[in-house]
Design a protein around this ligand. Structure first.
Ligand code: HEC
Ligand code: HEC
Ligand code: HEC
Ligand code: HEC
Ligand code: HEC
Ligand code: HEC
Ligand code: HEC
Ligand code: HEC
Ligand code: HEC
Length: 295
């Protein structure tokens, strides 16, 4: 019995000696960690600098960026670490992304991705927007710094009751036109609250276009999100710009801004946005916004 306790005592003593040898010098000075580690970490040069540093020299790009859907994406998530570039005063040292891959890294449809995040498969997406040539780059239509040309800051858009999209409950389902079986959970449809706008929409030229394609919804809580109304002409041009890579069944294309000049009756027309001439082709409004009063 005594031998047993001596053995345990010995083990404890050895353990204490080993511990005192193993514990780094500054451990516990500041808390349950090695205080010197803080100084050591400070000596590393950061490779990622953050967008505020980029904005010092690229204020034009940075200003666009804060407004659109990519507002939360860091410059260096696409351009790689900027330390070398900035140290060289902008001479090289930065990636200029090229091709589809840099976009698909984040936007390729994958069941494991949170379903509220915007995802596409290039094949389906190109069919939908009427692009024939699979080699066409995403930036032929989307400006990487303002992919949807929103005409107002996301955070100033109206708070709107929560809406449901199929992909909120069905991972990977993007076909919103699929017929739901009887007894399917109730979803709040647009017509529940906007009956006058939905009424007759099926007979309008944009009947194939989902309401939520033009009115993006960014969920903010379990009850609400930001609903956008986008009347920036470049948004319409995502579908309507005349280009060689588009197929015959693509939405009708126009040459912009030549189209406006061709269609203008007088000089006032030369300031008009697409919706000022074409709202009747989209849907009626409840409230009329005056030209240019958006900003
Ligand atoms: C000290 C000023 C400065 C800072 C800070 C700076 N840049 Fe630049 N950058 C330049 C200059 C100068 C050029 C070359 C001229 C041009 O294209 O405007 C350039 C060019 C670029 C290019 C184009 C490269 C190419 O091959 O065409 C990219 C992309 C870029 N910068 C991204 C960034 C990012 C991202 C940051 C933040 C990490 C950043 N820059 C910070 C000055 C700067
Ligand atoms: C979603 C990816 C993405 C993000 C985020 C992004 N960029 Fe870019 N950027 C690109 C791509 C792609 C190009 C090349 C565009 C082209 O070739 O037309 C580019 C080009 C540039 C250029 C060169 C422009 C020119 O006309 O030569 C600069 C400068 C630049 N980016 C700065 C920035 C800054 C600053 C930020 C952050 C505020 C930023 N980028 C965020 C993808 C991105
Ligand atoms: C680092 C990840 C990342 C990369 C790379 C990236 N994006 Fe995005 N993109 C985002 C995030 C985050 C959003 C905001 C989506 C949200 O909040 O639901 C977004 C939004 C968008 C939207 C709006 C989608 C919608 O309906 O809400 C489009 C269009 C888009 N990106 C296109 C592109 C294109 C084109 C490229 C390549 C030049 C690209 N993205 C590269 C992260 C990325
Ligand atoms: C011919 C022009 C065109 C090309 C090329 C194009 N897009 Fe789009 N994209 C659009 C239009 C128009 C929309 C808005 C309609 C919609 O929501 O599908 C859109 C929407 C998106 C969205 C939002 C989808 C959603 O469900 O909210 C993403 C993400 C996107 N594009 C990414 C890409 C990527 C990545 C590429 C390259 C592989 C690409 N786009 C190429 C025109 C284009
Ligand atoms: C609030 C969550 C929710 C939303 C949003 C939702 N569904 Fe469903 N859906 C369900 C549930 C739950 C079932 C029943 C699954 C089962 O019984 O296996 C289902 C079943 C289905 C089915 C039959 C089974 C299957 O998976 O093929 C179809 C088809 C369907 N939904 C289509 C849609 C479409 C199209 C949309 C968008 C317009 C949509 N759903 C939006 C929850 C949802
Ligand atoms: C539960 C009710 C409800 C549902 C469902 C609903 N909305 Fe709304 N929506 C509202 C209310 C309330 C307003 C503010 C109305 C006003 O001020 O006249 C609004 C405003 C809007 C606006 C104007 C935003 C602005 O900036 O002025 C748009 C666009 C919109 N909704 C689109 C949609 C779309 C698209 C759907 C279907 C996906 C939808 N809504 C479903 C209640 C709803
Ligand atoms: C997601 C793609 C998409 C977007 C975004 C889009 N449209 Fe369209 N547009 C279409 C389709 C599809 C048609 C129907 C073409 C047909 O009938 O063959 C159409 C038809 C039209 C027509 C009627 C052409 C005719 O023959 O009568 C006009 C005008 C028009 N759109 C203007 C706009 C304006 C203005 C915007 C921006 C507020 C816009 N579109 C945004 C896809 C789009
Ligand atoms: C000054 C007024 C005006 C402006 C601004 C304007 N359009 Fe038009 N647009 C017209 C007229 C007029 C026609 C021919 C008659 C018609 O179809 O209504 C037309 C025709 C069209 C067509 C049908 C072309 C065809 O071949 O079938 C489309 C698509 C279209 N416009 C889209 C747009 C888009 C997208 C914008 C903004 C980028 C825009 N328009 C801006 C007046 C305008
Ligand atoms: C082709 C793009 C497009 C489609 C599709 C579309 N809208 Fe709109 N909608 C717009 C534009 C652009 C405006 C705002 C015009 C402006 O600000 O002058 C708008 C405005 C609205 C408003 C605000 C109306 C007001 O009086 O202020 C509501 C609500 C709305 N849309 C609901 C819907 C619903 C519901 C659907 C589907 C049935 C739908 N939209 C489909 C482009 C579209």
């Amino acid at each position: 019995m005594l031998r047993f306790f001596v053995l345990i005592g010995l083990v404890v003593v050895i353990a204490l000696i080993v511990r005192s040898q193993m514990i780094p010098e500054s451990f516990g000075d500041l808390g349950h960690f090695r205080a010197d580690a803080v100084e050591e970490a400070k000596r590393f040069e950061p490779r990622h600098l953050g967008r505020d540093v980029c904005a010092d020299c690229h204020d034009d790009v940075a200003a666009l960026h804060v407004k659109d859907a990519h507002a939360r994406v860091e410059c260096e998530s696409c351009h790689g670490p900027g330390a070398t570039h900035v140290a060289a005063d902008g001479e090289g040292g930065i990636i200029r992304p090229d091709g589809k891959a840099p976009c698909l890294v984040c936007h390729q449809l994958m069941p494991a991705r949170p379903s509220v995040f915007a995802q596409i498969t290039p094949e389906d997406h190109y069919r939908f927007v009427g692009v024939e040539d699979p080699e066409v780059d995403c930036i032929a239509c989307h400006d990487p710094h303002e992919p949807l040309f929103m005409d107002r800051d996301l955070r100033t858009a109206r708070l709107h009751p929560l809406i449901h999209r199929c992909r909120d409950c069905h991972a990977g389902r993007t076909d919103e036109t699929l017929v739901r079986p009887p007894g399917h959970p109730e979803i709040f449809e647009c017509d529940y609250c906007h009956a006058d706008i939905v009424d007759g929409f099926a007979e309008r030229p944009h009947s194939e276009v989902r309401c939520t394609t033009c009115h993006l919804f960014f969920r903010e809580s379990d009850f609400a999100g930001r609903m956008l109304r986008d009347s920036d002409p470049r948004f319409c041009l995502l579908c309507h710009r005349e280009a060689e890579f588009r197929s015959d069944d693509a939405p009708p294309g126009i040459d912009w801004p030549a189209h406006r000049e061709d269609m203008a009756d007088d000089t006032i027309d030369l300031d008009k946005r697409c919706v000022d001439c074409h709202q009747d082709r989209i849907h009626p409004l409840q409230t009329r916004t005056a030209v240019g009063s958006e900003e």
